[in-house]
Ligand binder design. Structure first.
Ligand code: RM4
Ligand code: MN
Ligand code: MN
Length: 424
């Protein structure tokens, strides 16, 4: 289903007076409003194709109705999100959950919705019906070369599909590891994985990047072969300049200082980008910003500071992706909330008084430094995010518009109440 522009305009007109009042309020405090608005409009967050259905847990899955039945319908759903917020102009595909049958047609359909293809994700954590080898004991780390070769070939195939779609990066996340002490020789697993990654890296086109994601545990519970940022950095440094470390916010041990990790990866020029989500306990894949929005702000503060220090373009020089799962909420609403939470944290980071912060740091004025960060974090920047959306042709209130326009009801009518999307 298409979101009609004139209907979004009607809703915007009805909300305009209130919006303007809120905007004037924040404008009084924020000096660089126009700069923030320009940057917010340029900033796009990719939507993962696997998050458009209702995710399950290992205990069950409760379908919400109207779920996309095909890649084409997933693209339509991302089109709905983008039409409402003008900030989700990219889709990230997971292969083989979303194999494009006709790349040119899929590319054209995406372009009709204003979408491009972000990072391609390979999958060597599930066995495929037609595959001769099993990933039960790992993929790129496997002791059997035949399994490694199958996993390498899959990754190379994913690159080829991505080239046809105009993508420029491959994200490798490995479930490889061990669940019991003694199961694996750590050094052997590392060396085999590195060798496999080298073969994948060799197949990367010149203008592509390889993103190596880390995760401390799950599905393996004793060791993971790319367990943390240090291990990912070790691999990518050995691979070469087109390899980078990807940070998924849910893939750390509790209380990890993610903002410091981000700062140092940026310093080394090895930060690939993000998988945004939030968590209370583990890799919970909850909506980004729903548990710890202050941490998200602190991460964006390091991002803005570190990217500016290297002269990087905030919108295009890192990969911004959501990686979440929605057991309870309508996935489209959850994704709209996710993008909004990211934009809020980004806007707050953009309004930090950097000169004052540097001065406070140089003077060891700890209280002042904290005050400066918290002043930005405690500023209500929601009207700035709404204004950026409005100026770009989106809705002042994307979730409100989604509900007013009865998008889900229409999707259920079109697709049925019992559809199930591929993915998590
Ligand atoms: C993993 C990891 C990957 C994602 C899969 C589905 O935990 O976050 O990025 O592709 O889940
Ligand atoms: Mn991830
Ligand atoms: Mn994850």
């Amino acid at each position: 289903m298409q979101v009609e522009k004139y209907k979004v305009s009607e809703l915007n007109n009805a909300a305009l007076a209130d919006h303007k009042r809120r905007l004037e309020f924040v404008k009084a405090d924020v000096k660089n409003v126009e700069d923030v608005l320009t940057k917010l409009q340029a900033f796009q967050v990719a939507i993962p194709s696997w998050a458009l259905g209702t995710g399950g847990t290992r205990f069950g899955r409760f379908s919400g109705g109207g779920e996309p039945r095909s890649l084409e319908e997933k693209i339509e759903d991302v089109g709905v999100i983008h039409a409402l917020n003008q900030s989700s102009g990219a889709i990230s595909l997971h292969i083989p959950w979303d194999i494009p049958q006709n790349a040119q047609a899929i590319k054209t359909l995406a372009a009709q919705h204003g979408l491009v293809f972000d990072a391609m994700n390979s999958n060597t954590f599930q066995d495929q019906a037609d595959a001769p080898e099993s990933y039960k004991f790992g993929s790129l780390q496997h002791v059997d070369k035949a399994v490694r070769d199958q996993a390498i070939a899959h990754n190379i195939e994913v690159i080829k599909q991505g080239v046809a779609l105009g993508s420029k990066s491959l994200t490798v996340w490995l479930a490889d590891g061990s669940s019991f002490p003694g199961q694996l020789n750590f050094r052997g697993a590392f060396e085999r994985t590195l060798d496999s990654l080298k073969q994948i890296y060799a197949a990367l086109p010149d203008d592509w990047k390889l993103y190596l994601e880390y995760k401390c545990y799950e599905p393996n519970f004793y060791s993971t072969t790319v367990a943390d940022w240090g291990q990912s950095l070790l691999y990518v440094t050995k691979l070469g300049p087109k390899a980078y470390t990807l940070v998924d916010l849910g893939h750390h041990l509790p209380n990890a200082n993610i903002e410091q990790i981000v700062s140092l990866l940026l310093m080394e020029g090895r930060l690939a980008g993000f998988h945004f989500n939030d968590s209370k306990y583990g890799d919970d894949d909850l909506t980004v910003g729903c548990i710890n929005p202050y941490q998200l702000f602190l991460i964006f503060n390091e991002l803005v500071e570190g990217m500016d220090a290297r002269g990087m373009n905030h919108a295009t020089d890192l990969g911004w992706m959501i990686d979440a799962s929605h057991n309870l909420k309508d996935p489209i609403e959850d994704l709209l909330q996710s993008v909004q939470a990211i934009q809020l944290a980004y806007a707050q980071a953009l309004i930090v008084d950097k000169a004052a912060l540097q001065a406070a740091q140089a003077a060891n004025d700890v209280a002042k430094a904290q005050e400066i960060l918290q002043a930005a974090y405690r500023t209500d920047v929601r009207a700035l995010v709404s204004e950026a959306s409005l100026r770009a042709g989106g809705a002042i209130d994307p979730i409100g518009a989604y509900r007013e326009l009865k998008v889900r009801e229409n999707l259920i009518k079109e697709r049925g109440a019992k559809t199930v999307a591929t993915g998590l």
